[in-house]
Ligand binder design. Sequence first.
Ligand SMILES: Cc1cc2nc3c(=O)[nH]c(=O)nc-3n(C[C@H](O)[C@H](O)[C@H](O)COP(=O)(O)O)c2cc1C
Length: 384
Amino acid sequence: MKHLIPDHILGLFKSSGLKPLQIKGREILPIVQGGMGVGVSAHKLAGAVAKLGGVGTISSIDLRRLHPDLMKKTQYLLPSDHSKAVINSANIEALKREIQLAKSESDGNGLIAVNVMRAVKEYTSYVECSLENGADAIVVGAGLPLDLPDLAADYPDTALIPILSESRGINLLLKKWEKKGRLPDAIVIENPRWAGGHLGASNVEDLNNEKFNFDVVIPQTLEIFKSMGVEGKIPLIAAGGIATGRGMLAAMTLGADGVQMGSRFAASTESSAHDEFKRTIVETGEGDTQLTLKELAPVRLIKNKFYNDVQELYAKCPSKEDLENLLGKRRAKRGMFEGDLVEGELEIGQIAGLIHDILPVETIVDNIMTEFNFAKNELSNFEF
Ligand SMILES: Cc1cc2nc3c(=O)[nH]c(=O)nc-3n(C[C@H](O)[C@H](O)[C@H](O)COP(=O)(O)O)c2cc1C
């Protein structure tokens, strides 16, 4: 087992009572920074998390926006198939650069992962680019990546990590992957009621289904592992609404081996989100966010004019096309990357009241481990 946690963190890590996460023969911190689209999690954030021994995740979506030379080449193209191809190749070039920069910033610690959404057209090209350019892990959400073992057949050392929300999907994926001779190196279990980003449920009402609860999915998944004879081999990483060491302890008490946090790291110094969006995250209080979108993938949004427009549009029963026009990814870019708090889409998890400051990644990771230790001691003093 290769230890990829740096010495200056090891002392605090050991005294926190946390166990390392083991992925592909490597021991790392059980803290995963989730991939966050439209430029929120790029090399600076992913590299900083990995440098401390955790998993830093680059989101593969539209990364050209972080590279002025690539933007210059692509921003004024008129819509056409040729323009799409030019934009795609700029995004691939940007992804390549981002992986290389993140790896060099990590000093060889932790893991550098790339998040790719199964549902996007560029899925295959983003996965191939990540594999070719040395990403340590490919993390796939927004759909069942049944073909990922085929795409990664020539890369046995790259960790493959699907994001799923309920045990039926996990069972299906495990059975299909088993036939291909490869199992996931970890599974992220993302609770759609609490997580930030676009969520794995067909509509908002479905999100209340108890099949998504951590205390249902985690034990069911452990049972599936047992029936397949792979118990203890595939770490489970809980995601959604976790922003503190206390939340981490709750997830681990239910059987998770690690946690993935998105919103907490979106409001870090190293995140590439706009400062206005970061400020809004730390100011978000109870009742300021709401799950929305029925026909398209549900998402939790900070309530602003864009959110009100979405609600109004829904009331008029629009076509899927009208919705897509209003909700295109440009709105997410406008909100989270450009800081338009009025017209932009502001995605966030259910973390109201848990994040108070924009902090450097190192302070966030230190705080999480200290809080975990404190909460663990509190629990052991509690009489049931
Ligand atoms: C602003 C934002 C953008 C996100 N974008 C993506 C994405 O592109 N792909 C993805 O799989 N998950 C995405 N997520 C989900 C995160 O990776 C993570 O699983 C989630 O934020 C966990 O919930 P939390 O925010 O409550 O910690 C996003 C989350 C946020 C907050």
